[in-house]
Unconditional design. Structure first.
Length: 267
């Protein structure tokens, strides 16, 4: 059997695929200091982000299955899962690779923790420290201002590992204005235009935002998105109520003010 393996014989394609992903995961973690890659992450040509996301889903299925059996519930409610052996292999790379909460939150937590371990201090202002594309100061602000939305375990980590506490009333930011909301949507539109070269946005399209951009209801560090297609549609309907400045901002990125023009351009 060993001689055949030396010749490249693969006995289990599933095992081979897992080992291939595991090797890429080790390389990614060695470079980044954790194994919490964004879903879009690719390393040495391997889609480690998608691979990790799928395995986190499998791990949760396995946990649900274990709870089901422990409660002696009827079988059949859950399928799939991740074997203990494979989970142990991933835990060796990063014990926090599959958190109960959002992986984006955990990634920012680990980046701040690594920053402290390397002699830095906790960033308290947006833009103060940006690592691997994550604005850690903005994330810290989001955690402190959104403390009550966090799980007790998350609050414990922030208090006991990073030394943070919830923001006081005198620190609370001013509620986002309509101008702030406009700029957030405009940035999403500009990002879409820069990538696609036009602003013919499908109505159901959501434009991804960086962690900590501040979408209402999202935990700090969670990967969130702007409902850009809906926004473009709504802006088009109330075009006559927009200021000349706002119309000009959209004209610069190819706004088509009638739905008919959009359909003709797309056809």
């Amino acid at each position: 059997m060993r001689e055949l393996e030396k010749l490249g014989v693969v006995w289990s394609h599933q095992d081979h695929a897992f080992e291939e992903g595991l090797a890429a995961a080790r390389r990614w973690a060695a470079e980044h200091g954790h194994f919490l890659p964004p879903a879009t992450a690719v390393w040495d040509g391997y889609p480690v982000g998608t691979w990790a996301k799928n395995l986190r889903t499998a791990a949760r299925l396995a946990d649900a299955r274990a709870e089901q059996l422990e409660a002696e519930l009827p079988e059949g409610a859950f399928t799939g899962g991740l074997s203990r052996e494979r989970r142990d292999a991933l835990d060796e790379i990063d014990p926090g690779w599959s958190p109960v909460w959002d992986a984006g939150w955990q990634r920012c937590f680990r980046l701040v923790q690594n920053h402290l371990d390397n002699g830095g201090r906790v960033p308290m202002e947006a833009g103060e420290v940006v690592v691997q594309g994550e604005d850690l100061g903005r994330w810290v602000q989001g955690c402190r201002f959104g403390w009550d939305a966090l799980l007790p375990a998350q609050q414990w980590l922030l208090e006991n590992v990073l030394g943070l506490e919830p923001a006081g009333e005198d620190e609370r930011p001013v509620k986002r204005t309509q101008d702030d909301k406009w700029m957030l949507n405009l940035r999403a539109a500009q990002a879409f235009y820069a990538r696609e070269g036009h602003l013919r946005v499908p109505r159901k399209h959501e434009e991804p935002l960086g962690s900590g951009e501040g979408v209402n209801g999202a935990q700090a560090g969670a990967e969130s998105a702007i409902k850009l297609g809906v926004w473009i549609s709504n802006v088009r309907k109330r075009a006559d109520k927009l200021t000349d400045e706002r119309r000009a901002e959209l004209d610069k990125i190819g706004m088509e003010w009638t739905a008919g023009a959009t359909r003709r351009s797309a056809s």
